[in-house]
Design a protein. Sequence first.
Length: 351
Amino acid sequence: MESKQTSIMQKEIFEEPVVVKNLIEKHITQEGKIDIELPEKISNIVIVASGSSYNCAALACPLIIEYAQIPCDYEYSSEFVLQKKHFVTSDSLYIFVSQSGETSDTLNALKMIKEEGVKTMCITNAKNSTMWNLCDYKILSDAGEEKSIASTKALTAQIFCSMLVLLKILQNQGEDISGYINTMRRLPSYLERIIMGSENIKHAAQTVSQYENISILGNKNYYPIAKEGALKMKETCYLNVMAYPFGEFMHGHVAVLNQKSIVIAIIDEENASFAQRNLEKIRKNYNPKIICITSVQDVKAGDENIFIKTKRKMKAIFGALLTLQLIACTVANILDKNPDSPKGLTKVVKD
Ligand code: AGP
């Protein structure tokens, strides 16, 4: 994708296929086994994180419940530390997700729960960080140094690692995970294709840059992705972008569309008819500009449609995330904001 000047953020987004490829080589054996360390027995999981890392937690948790049938909860680190009691059993696993491994809120949460003697794990991009050294179990997200304040490749790596955790649990449960492994192995080339064919993403970014009232809609696993897209645009474009689950949006929030607005909708096989029905209502009542990011080729519900074609949810999640990251980075560029030095933000948030 061409731009006025290549930002560090854009460079790091472009590294995502290689980051994922390296993680596959490191943690998936030739025989298709997941090679990470986890406790043998897990009664319940709690994932704690902030910012983009929280969006990883919010994505991973429902997947763990749905596929592994293990109770899972997730919480903002800053809220977790305010909670006086936490649910702990001898087989609970508390997972802390952090790019830096040093974010104060997450670190305080980790120290707090360690006092209960619970098993802890971190997914972090920083080997030998404080979190890394404090946790019993650890996965290095291995995205390489992330310089951009707006996290991109590190989040993709974290999400991939959280899926490794899920697959390792399924493997320990005796499930056949070969289908998921095949999907994961195809992920780098899928991401590469999205980057190569990003002309329509650039066009969508041109359109988005003309709006100040932006709503990103996504269901289930795509809602955290929608939230991440909104966070990226806030950080890099200073726009007050909001994310909503499709259905919930219709419960009053939709009134924001009475202003000049744009809606970005994430659509996959599972929610396609539900999403299209809601988009029809939205168009009829408010007629905003609509951009669809869709993994289903025949869904053309938007004024502009970005196809991230795949039948596999595991791939579509990463494709939608990558697309929103590219849109945010490009909109920042168009609006003459430097995504590499967002005003008032620091890479690591400390007390
Ligand atoms: C992401 O783009 C942000 N810069 C920020 O939300 C970040 O994800 C958050 O502060 C958590 O950081 P961590 O992953 O290093 O703990």
